[in-house]
Design a protein around this ligand. Structure first.
Ligand SMILES: C[S@@+](CC[C@H](N)C(=O)[O-])C[C@H]1O[C@@H](n2cnc3c(N)ncnc32)[C@H](O)[C@@H]1O
Length: 375
């Protein structure tokens, strides 16, 4: 049994935990920043393939240890079983954090770690800078020193998990796929009633909704760092892949629209790549022109919420108009709206619970959830 940690963005821990319980990880436990779980290689592969809201999965390398001097640190690091995860000369990147520890210089800790690693593997591993925005070309190693307690982890995901591979065309201010999946979970959408996103941009919410409802695993079409580990068990991975069972017969009505023609073009291209274009009804239209079906469903959306003051009045009008459109065309529907500004949400004049705080692109946001009142 190994220990793993599914890292999440701030606020997404409960959603990843909920996913893990549904995926049959009963002992998964929620911690600040992610979910701790134990398991074998299959548990790790399944988590990478199926989790929709986690950012990456780290594998703990050995047990934690205490180190208060550099020689102590080097000796303990060199005794870790690096060869399980790294071939000699494989490029690595080191992310080191030091809190309240005698060894407080992360650059010095990284140098010692690099030496210890080369010593253990018998050859130098080239050091690259970690870069979350690029596709990960090196094996990321995360070293955390807190009150002299050192934990070493190896990243099993590689490129961050929100990059499913389908979103190559982006419109303005796209949501991370992991956040879009969490919004759908938080909205309480039952995956069979109609779903509407009238400000769909590059289509992240409707595409994630279609993948969720159709049972398409988010990691189906991408690589993971664990595939380069010396002990990668390809037959095991293939048997896990063969157990996935998309459900194309049970798809809900998903309507996605945006007034920007370029955004709709991007959204359609992204949906094609995700294999869900035929399940989403895309329309280029302003929010005032939406034509939802009569049966109540869910509106899950992320309207613009500019930070520049000059945009304030226009945005207030847009939210007021959105509220009116919903009352006219979607009475009784559930609504979940992501926005950075509670005052803007207030313009909708729909009673919304704004207790769920999240972060989108470094900005603190809230998800306003409620039911559209009738006029
Ligand atoms: C924050 S972005 C949505 C991003 C999207 N969730 C994604 O992941 O790409 C807001 C979108 O609202 C659209 N929009 C702004 N005003 C609109 C209106 N009156 N009617 C419809 N769409 C509008 C913009 O074109 C923009 O694509």
């Amino acid at each position: 049994m190994d220990s793993f940690f599914a890292v999440t963005a701030p606020g997404l821990e409960p959603f990843t935990h909920q996913e893990m319980l549904a995926l049959d990880y009963p002992a998964a436990s929620m911690e600040p920043g992610g979910i701790l779980f134990q398991g074998d290689q299959a548990a790790l592969y399944r988590a990478n393939l199926h989790l929709r809201t986690a950012s990456r999965i780290l594998a703990r390398l050995g047990n934690f240890f205490y180190a208060a001097t550099f020689p102590q640190l080097e000796q303990r690091l060199a005794s870790l079983p690096w060869e399980r995860f790294l071939a000699p000369r494989q490029p690595v990147s080191l992310r080191v954090s030091c809190h309240k520890s005698k060894l407080y210089r992360s650059d010095a800790v990284a140098r010692v770690a690099s030496r210890a690693l080369d010593q253990r593997l018998g050859a130098p591993s080239p050091l690259l800078k970690p870069d979350d925005d690029a596709d990960q070309a090196s094996q990321l190693i995360v070293i955390r020193l807190a009150e002299d307690k050192c934990t070493v982890s190896v990243d099993s995901s590689g490129t961050l998990l929100h990059k499913r591979g389908y979103r190559q065309a982006v419109a303005k201010a796209p949501l991370r796929e992991t956040l879009a999946a969490a919004l759908l979970m938080a909205s309480g959408w039952d995956q069979s009633a109609p779903l509407l996103d009238p400000f769909c941009g590059s289509g992240t919410i409707p595409i994630e909704a279609a993948m969720l409802a159709l049972g398409i695993p988010p990691g189906l079409n991408r690589r993971f760092a664990f595939m380069d580990w010396p002990g990668f068990d390809k037959p095991l991975w293939q048997s896990i892949l063969s157990q996935t069972s998309p459900r194309p017969e049970s798809h809900p009505l998903i309507q996605a629209s945006d007034r920007d023609a370029g955004a709709i073009k991007s959204a359609q291209a992204n949906a094609e790549r995700a294999g869900v274009a035929e399940f989403i009804d895309f329309q280029c239209q302003a929010v005032s022109s939406i034509q939802p079906p009569p049966d109540p469903g869910w509106v899950v959306t992320n309207p613009p919420y500019g930070l520049r003051l000059s945009e304030g009045k226009d945005l207030r009008n847009l939210y007021a108009q959105f509220g009116n459109v919903l009352r006219q065309k979607c009475p009784g529907w559930n609504v979940s709206v992501l926005c950075s500004d509670s005052a803007l949400l207030g313009q909708m004049h729909i009673k919304l619970d704004t207790s769920l705080a999240l972060v989108n692109g470094g900005i603190r946001v809230r998800l306003g959830r409620g039911v559209v009142n009738t006029q």
